[in-house]
Design a protein around this ligand. Structure first.
Ligand code: HEC
Ligand code: HEC
Ligand code: HEC
Ligand code: HEC
Ligand code: HEC
Ligand code: HEC
Ligand code: HEC
Ligand code: HEC
Length: 410
């Protein structure tokens, strides 16, 4: 706050000195009005432009000649914003969004993809995961795409209003393995928002539930992979262990591997009851602004139980494929640490494992994400139903592979 005051004092001093008839247009703005008029117009229409900040606030003043020295312009990272918005930057850093880059980088299948997909091209994984913090070396090496904060309030308006709109989340939280946009927008909550229009607060939008009071620290109890530790339910724990083994986080004996360190660093799962319950309590308090606490608890409890049922199907499918490895019918690729390895995604080397990965990453996700976003259609027809269908396919395929293997042995 004191920084703002200082800035305002400075601005009013300048105003008093030069009066209203002198245009306080900076060098940057004068030239960029011609070079990139859209950027200047948008910046001046936003709050930071209106109160008199300049292009140089974020891009420095080293570049000031034109195209010939444009490479000297600094491109911002969240550190740039930190000097004036420490609260939001700190919250962002404590939450999951800041970890988006390292979580992506940790995927073993990444080394087989071109950099246009996983690096500076931003055409695939990195196009969404650039919301995370890069290492200092990477941020320096990459010319573009380290802004992160412009993910929800896009440049150069940097509007709070825009970021409050659920559509600000749509470009990333959609599609194959996390269709929260589709699920929410066709649920009752989203439908009410669409009918009543922007500004209606009768039904919750993404931010109501995930960024209450403007908190930039996003985190849920289950997380993306919906695995947690510890687990009281012993049957469920057995299925979870099977899933964690196929994720390469536990070895065959059930001991942690080095991937558990990655899970910890990326906060991929809640690893204590306290962590899980903290997020759960927050969520129930949010629902309870509009629903009874009992109603909200019953809804989330049903979501948990759906994960349990989905895990039964998932573990059964994994055990079938594991059996094929055990009996030598499938051979572990030389550079794989575990097999089957769900984190190899579409790099899986047999069609039965391709089915297994889709069952995990698309259908299991939709089953529980649909339940938590009050979307019965996604939960059932796009999640549960194809899980069952795929399990049957995997059974048939395994039987076929076994028969072929026997024939070949003869
Ligand atoms: C005399 C004209 C001129 C002035 C003055 C000027 N710029 Fe530029 N700026 C340009 C041109 C031309 C480009 C290159 C545009 C292109 O690549 O199409 C550019 C590019 C940029 C870029 C993008 C760099 C990149 O790698 O894409 C930024 C950021 C920028 N200017 C900021 C500023 C700031 C901040 C100032 C004031 C300190 C400033 N400019 C002053 C003409 C100018
Ligand atoms: C509040 C900080 C901030 C201010 C002020 C700011 N920018 Fe930017 N600018 C950014 C961010 C963030 C990016 C994205 C960086 C990236 O992709 O790595 C960016 C990127 C750019 C780019 C390259 C990307 C593109 O879309 O072409 C240009 C050119 C640019 N800014 C020009 C300007 C000009 C001209 C002004 C003044 C009118 C200005 N900026 C003021 C934060 C700012
Ligand atoms: C030199 C200080 C300074 C820097 C650096 C800065 N800001 Fe700001 N920003 C401000 C001030 C001052 C306001 C207006 C605060 C107010 O009136 O509430 C503001 C307002 C905002 C708002 C709210 C706009 C609205 O519609 O209400 C957003 C969003 C924002 N800044 C984002 C950023 C981002 C992202 C960066 C880094 C790329 C950044 N700012 C860098 C000073 C700064
Ligand atoms: C530029 C892409 C992008 C945008 C825009 C975006 N997100 Fe995300 N979000 C991600 C990525 C990537 C992750 C996973 C981060 C990680 O790897 O830890 C994520 C994670 C999350 C999580 C954490 C889930 C967990 O694991 O517990 C929540 C909640 C979330 N986002 C909510 C939102 C909301 C609400 C909005 C809009 C206001 C939004 N996101 C906008 C890319 C985005
Ligand atoms: C359309 C944007 C988008 C693309 C493309 C994308 N992701 Fe994601 N990714 C997200 C979002 C959003 C989340 C968080 C989803 C959730 O929590 O439900 C996420 C979550 C993840 C997570 C889990 C992080 C955690 O801590 O829970 C990993 C790992 C991941 N993505 C890796 C990848 C890889 C590798 C690719 C490319 C093969 C990729 N993503 C492509 C948006 C994307
Ligand atoms: C996932 C989307 C998302 C990302 C990423 C994001 N913001 Fe925000 N931001 C929001 C939302 C939503 C609001 C409005 C909060 C509210 O309702 O008060 C907001 C508000 C703000 C405000 C205005 C605060 C106020 O009270 O007036 C500032 C400043 C701001 N963000 C800065 C940042 C900075 C800096 C970053 C990067 C570290 C960032 N934001 C990244 C969604 C986001
Ligand atoms: C009514 C509140 C509510 C709304 C609105 C809402 N969510 Fe969620 N969201 C939840 C709950 C509850 C969970 C599961 C929390 C848990 O793990 O216990 C969740 C989980 C998530 C996760 C983690 C993975 C998953 O799907 O289970 C992400 C990412 C996410 N939501 C993003 C979004 C986005 C983006 C929007 C808007 C398109 C949105 N949510 C709208 C309540 C909501
Ligand atoms: C801002 C208020 C608000 C919040 C917060 C909110 N809801 Fe709702 N919810 C509504 C309204 C309004 C309806 C529509 C009531 C009806 O169907 O008659 C609704 C409907 C529902 C429905 C019925 C959906 C259907 O298809 O019939 C469920 C289930 C639900 N909410 C669960 C939750 C849960 C769980 C949370 C917290 C994670 C939550 N809601 C948060 C306002 C809210």
């Amino acid at each position: 706050m004191r920084r703002y005051l200082f800035l305002l004092l400075l601005l009013s001093a300048a105003f008093l000195m030069f009066g209203t008839n002198v245009e306080a247009k900076s060098q940057c703005i004068s030239c960029h009005e011609k070079e990139t008029p859209g950027i200047v117009k948008q910046f001046l229409s936003g709050k930071m432009g209106k109160i008199g900040l300049d292009c140089s606030t974020c891009h420095g003043s080293e570049h000031n000649k034109g195209a010939e020295d444009a490479s000297l312009a600094k491109l911002p990272t969240p550190e740039t914003c930190n000097s004036c918005h420490p609260k939001q930057v700190e919250q962002y850093k404590a939450g999951k969004h800041s970890l988006g880059w390292i979580a992506m980088k940790a995927m073993p299948m990444l080394q087989h993809q071109p950099t246009m997909i996983v690096g500076e091209g931003y055409k695939g994984c990195s196009g969404c995961h650039k919301i995370g913090l890069k290492s200092e070396e990477e941020a320096r090496a990459y010319r573009y795409g380290s802004g992160a904060c412009d993910s929800c309030h896009t440049r150069h308006t940097f509007s709070k209003e825009e970021a409050r709109d659920p559509r600000a989340c749509q470009s990333c939280h959609m599609g194959f393995d996390h269709p929260q946009w589709e699920m929410w927008s066709t649920s009752k909550h989203g439908t009410i928002w669409q009918i009543e229009g922007k500004g209606s607060d009768r039904a919750p939008v993404c931010q109501t539930c995930h960024m209450p009071d403007g908190d930039h620290n996003v985190m849920t109890s289950w997380g993306f992979l919906a695995v947690r530790l510890p687990e009281d339910d012993q049957e469920w724990l057995k299925d979870r262990v099977t899933i964690l083994q196929a994720l390469g986080v536990l070895d065959d004996a059930g001991n942690p591997t080095e991937r558990l360190e990655v899970v910890k660093a990326g906060k991929v799962a809640r690893l204590t009851k306290e962590e899980f319950d903290r997020e759960r309590t927050k969520m129930i308090n949010i629902c309870s602004k509009c629903h009874s606490t009992s109603y909200a608890k019953a809804q989330l409890d049903a979501g948990d139980k759906i994960i349990r049922e989905a895990d039964k199907l998932m573990a059964e499918a994994i055990r079938i494929v594991k059996g094929l490895y055990k009996d030598g019918i499938l051979k572990k690729p030389a550079n794989w640490k575990v097999a089957p390895d769900l984190l190899q995604f579409y790099e899986a080397k047999s069609s039965i494992e391709q089915d297994l990965y889709v069952m995990f990453l698309e259908y299991r996700m939709r089953t529980f994400q649909g339940a938590f976003h009050m979307n019965a259609d996604y939960m059932h027809w796009y999640g549960w139903a194809p899980m069952k269908e795929t399990l049957q396919k995997i059974k048939d395929e395994a039987e076929k592979l076994r028969k072929e293997f026997k024939l070949a042995e003869k």
